[in-house]
Design a protein around this ligand. Structure first.
Ligand SMILES: C[S@@+](CC[C@H](N)C(=O)[O-])C[C@H]1O[C@@H](n2cnc3c(N)ncnc32)[C@H](O)[C@@H]1O
Length: 216
């Protein structure tokens, strides 16, 4: 498989992170993303809450949520990432459901209280977005929340050093357009430094926290 092309011989897209995840080190570290704490603040696990982590990577956030008492399901397209997530959950001694799926193909057929995703939504092709977010919204319990981080394109920030043929840019405000009928708890944007690939660079990211009404 040619890592740069990001395609296996079957022509099925796989992530550039598959090889990185095969090493014992945690490519993304073990510290949970900041957005995890927003979930804890907004919807603390004082009752049984089902949480989905879309593109869970090596599991740092999914396992953090499980440790804090959420009922966690995660999926990712990377086999190595899924194995690492399972191993991390076993090591910490928390239950977690993880499976392999491509965000473009997978649709929800059961409901969650919290749908969470960090650094993954740019793998959704623009023409799939409306349908996929409609599915995620439909399969969210009343009062449930979506907590998403999405990379957005800015003309004053250079493209990231990793070449990803299966990544599709978002623009500022685009994610918000799918949530006009939900309560927007946050829709802010940050620019941050990143050192992935060992090359210092920057990203612009939109954070979206939206809550479904209690009566729907
Ligand atoms: C930037 S990493 C973020 C990982 C994790 N959310 C975290 O914050 O540690 C992006 C993740 O998206 C996954 N990914 C890439 N393409 C995907 C797809 N089509 N479907 C599902 N996951 C995908 C990668 O395997 C990788 O784990």
């Amino acid at each position: 498989m040619d890592k740069l092309l990001g395609y296996a011989l079957s022509d099925k897209p796989i992530t550039i992170y598959e090889e990185e995840y095969k090493t014992p080190e945690y490519y993304w570290g073990l510290e949970p993303s900041q957005a995890c704490y927003e979930v804890l603040k907004l919807m603390p696990p004082t009752k049984h809450l089902k949480l989905l982590d879309i593109g869970c990577g090596e599991g740092k956030d999914a396992v953090f949520f499980a440790r804090n008492g959420y009922d966690v399901t995660g999926f990712d397209v990377s086999d190595a990432g899924i194995e690492k997530t399972k191993r991390l959950a076993d090591k910490v001694g928390v239950p977690i459901r993880v499976f392999k799926a491509d965000i473009l193909d997978h649709r929800l057929d059961s409901s969650f209280d919290i749908i969470y995703s960090s650094g993954v939504l740019h793998y959704i092709k623009p023409e799939y977005r409306e349908e996929i977010f409609s599915n995620y919204k439909q399969f969210t319990n009343p009062n449930g929340i979506h907590v998403f981080n999405v990379f957005v394109n800015k003309p004053f920030i250079a493209p990231p050093p990793e070449y990803e043929p299966n990544a599709y840019q978002w623009i500022s405000g685009e994610l918000l357009t799918y949530y006009h009928d939900w309560l927007i708890q946050d829709s802010s944007e940050v620019i941050f430094d990143c050192n992935s690939s060992g090359i210092p660079h920057q990203h612009a990211m939109t954070k979206l926290i939206a809550q479904k009404a209690s009566y729907s």
